[in-house]
Write a protein that binds this ligand. Structure first.
Ligand code: FES
Length: 119
């Protein structure tokens, strides 16, 4: 896939993903697989006093999935659990400045990871 389709912000998150790895002793976690392509996202989170103080992801996937995971950690950190629970893939896409239409589905795994982690 040509990278010209991606916004500079997507490319930045893809090439320099934020908050990768795993939170030590997480309070919440999720392992989610994209049913279409099989790509995986592991999300680990530490919540203290109702606030997400740390969020990390390990993503085995395409550029859009890696960028979406990176954006997700930025959206999660510092927010309340109540707000975190309502994060949608559209919020992730907005944070990235957009995704090509046929790659929006790759951001859904980020939303599913949040739902699974905070169920
Ligand atoms: Fe699998 Fe993008 S192709 S998440």
């Amino acid at each position: 896939m040509p990278f010209e389709e991606y916004t500079p912000k997507v490319m930045d998150h893809f090439l320099n993903p934020r908050n990768t790895g795993e939170v030590p002793e997480p309070t919440h976690s999720a392992l989610v697989r994209n049913p279409v392509c099989g790509d995986l996202v592991k999300l680990t989170v530490r919540v203290k006093d109702g606030i997400v103080v740390e969020a990390r992801t390990k993503t085995f996937g395409c550029a859009a999935a890696i960028a979406s995971s990176s954006a997700l950690t930025e959206l999660l950190q510092g927010t309340s659990v109540e707000v975190a629970r309502r994060i949608k893939n559209s919020d992730v896409v907005l944070h990235l400045g957009g995704l090509p239409e046929h790659k929006v589905a790759c951001s859904v795994v980020a939303e599913q990871a949040v739902l699974e982690a905070f169920k």
